[in-house]
Design a protein around this ligand. Structure first.
Ligand SMILES: Cc1cc2nc3c(=O)[nH]c(=O)nc-3n(C[C@H](O)[C@H](O)[C@H](O)COP(=O)(O)OP(=O)(O)OC[C@H]3O[C@@H](n4cnc5c(N)ncnc54)[C@H](O)[C@@H]3O)c2cc1C
Length: 427
């Protein structure tokens, strides 16, 4: 029987189950190792907060190094790059066993699930040995430099430029909304290398150092006080030409692969995510918990809302499973990951809305200075729009489902075959 690797992926069928340790043997081995090596979750500590303390990055790097030393890092990545060469079923077993331990969750997205996934598929051997192994071993953290102030949905319209100069590229421009860039070491950066080609055909993906004298990075303070986002300004940033991923001007193909992994990660179906957020505190409060906390758990109308949300959560969970299996078997195209992505925006947004309805105005007033469930509900509501923007907006997901899954006619684009230099841009 085939144990497939990644949905819609070239390496489907790479793992033959009879060549691997059985999932049950692996689970027993993982359980014993976790209890001897990983710290137990601390009941006094608050997890899942939107505010990520700088020390958390140090701790999570150390935890990833521990997993690596113990042979449990990068469970679904190939062994030659520091992974374990095991299947998603092994990963799922490890995640189940690790729920009561502290895990390096901050490294899951985007470093491992998005950037490393893309590099595994598109990177050169040297890039995989350096950056993929670096990310799996906990030595490096990777992030994404895609969006720009002129627009994230129109990604192919980006303006940051890279000029080839001998064995180097010189990069100028600006990126924004880069999640956790301040804590990362390298970024996969999409740039324009040919202004005479139509917009999708003049792009290149280049790995760049995040911290460099030629890059001014600043953190963006959000309304809840968190600073996960950064923006970067490049002034003659010089990087080796060997950092080009794939071929020059074929960056759209590389970027598409990265976006595939992003949709998969954001949609909850990535095989490269290890561990799951603790189910208490912070942003993981359930609708039921909120209803109880505000004394509405006996109210018939509230109970109906709680039941409805629970049904939606079940649908979301089953959808992820169904699409993951469908993509792995070839029944669905890789773009079907947009369906997971869309559901993962709509359903959590519905949850945030009903939680606010149940919690009432106090949730809003407790955003500043409050604590516990009420504050968490208020903060989540303020952040609700992010769920339908990060990883590509819901409108873009709908476009992809209609054009690339249902094969409906493509949206009109006046700039499709026009040299990018001649494309009219808004001011
Ligand atoms: C939590 C989060 C994490 C993120 N992390 C990163 C990161 O690490 N790196 C990175 O580079 N970026 C990141 N982003 C940015 C993200 O990729 C962009 O926000 C997203 O692509 C949308 O781009 P935009 O914000 O520029 O909105 P715009 O592109 O300006 O769109 C604004 C609105 O118009 C709609 N719209 C635009 N064009 C069309 C169209 N043709 N048809 C219909 N509707 C349309 C959009 O759907 C959206 O609702 C992150 C965003 C969030 C919220």
């Amino acid at each position: 029987m085939l144990v497939t690797n990644i949905p819609g992926h070239d390496r489907v069928g790479e793992f033959m189950s009879d060549q691997l340790e059985s999932v049950e043997d692996f689970r027993i081995r993982a359980r014993a190792w976790l209890s001897e090596n990983m710290p137990k979750l601390d009941p006094a500590k608050e997890y899942n907060t939107n505010r990520v303390a700088d020390r958390e990055w140090v701790e999570h790097r150390a935890l990833q190094k521990k997993l690596f030393a113990g042979g449990f890092a990068g469970i679904c990545f190939p062994k030659e790059y520091g992974g374990q060469g095991l299947s998603p079923a092994h990963q799922a077993a490890f995640t189940e066993e690790s729920v009561s331990y502290e895990m390096p969750l901050r490294l899951n997205v985007p470093s491992l699930s998005i950037c490393s996934g893309m590099l595994l598929d598109m990177g050169s051997e040297e890039q995989k040995q350096t950056y993929l192994r670096g990310a799996i071993s906990g030595e490096m953290i990777l992030c994404q430099f895609l969006s720009e102030p002129s627009g994230g949905s129109d990604l192919a319209g980006l303006l940051t430029r890279a000029q080839r100069d001998g064995d180097t590229y010189i990069i100028n421009g600006q990126k924004c909304w880069s999640t956790f860039a301040y804590a990362a070491d390298f970024a996969t950066c999409l740039v324009r290398t040919d202004w005479d080609a139509p917009k999708h055909r003049g792009l290149s993906m280049i790995i760049v150092p995040v911290h460099d004298d030629a890059t001014h990075l600043q953190r963006v303070r959000m309304v809840d006080g968190s600073e996960e986002f950064c923006e970067e300004f490049f002034t003659d940033l010089v990087v080796p030409a060997g950092n080009l991923v794939g071929t020059e001007n074929d960056g759209w193909t590389v970027g598409q692969r990265q976006l595939f992994y992003e949709r998969q990660a954001v949609g909850g179906g990535s095989p490269y995510v290890s561990g799951q957020p603790p189910t208490r505190g912070g942003s993981s409060a359930t609708v039921e918990e909120v209803a109880r906390a505000v004394g509405k758990d006996k109210d018939p109308a509230t109970r109906e809302i709680v039941g409805w949300q629970s049904a939606l959560d079940t649908v979301n969970h089953q959808l992820i499973k169904r699409i993951t299996v469908g993509m792995a078997s070839g029944e669905y195209p890789a773009m079907a990951s947009s369906m997971m992505r869309l559901a993962h925006a709509e359903i959590p947004q519905h949850k945030m809305d009903v939680m606010l309805d149940i919690a009432g105005d106090e949730a809003v007033t407790s955003v500043v200075g409050g604590d516990g469930y009420l504050r968490s509900v208020g903060v989540q509501f303020l952040m609700r729009q992010g769920a339908s923007l990060g990883g590509g907006s819901s409108e873009m997901s709908r476009n992809m489902i209609s054009e690339r899954v249902l094969m409906m006619p493509r949206e009109m684009a006046a700039d499709r075959d026009v040299p990018f230099r001649e494309v009219r841009r808004g001011r």
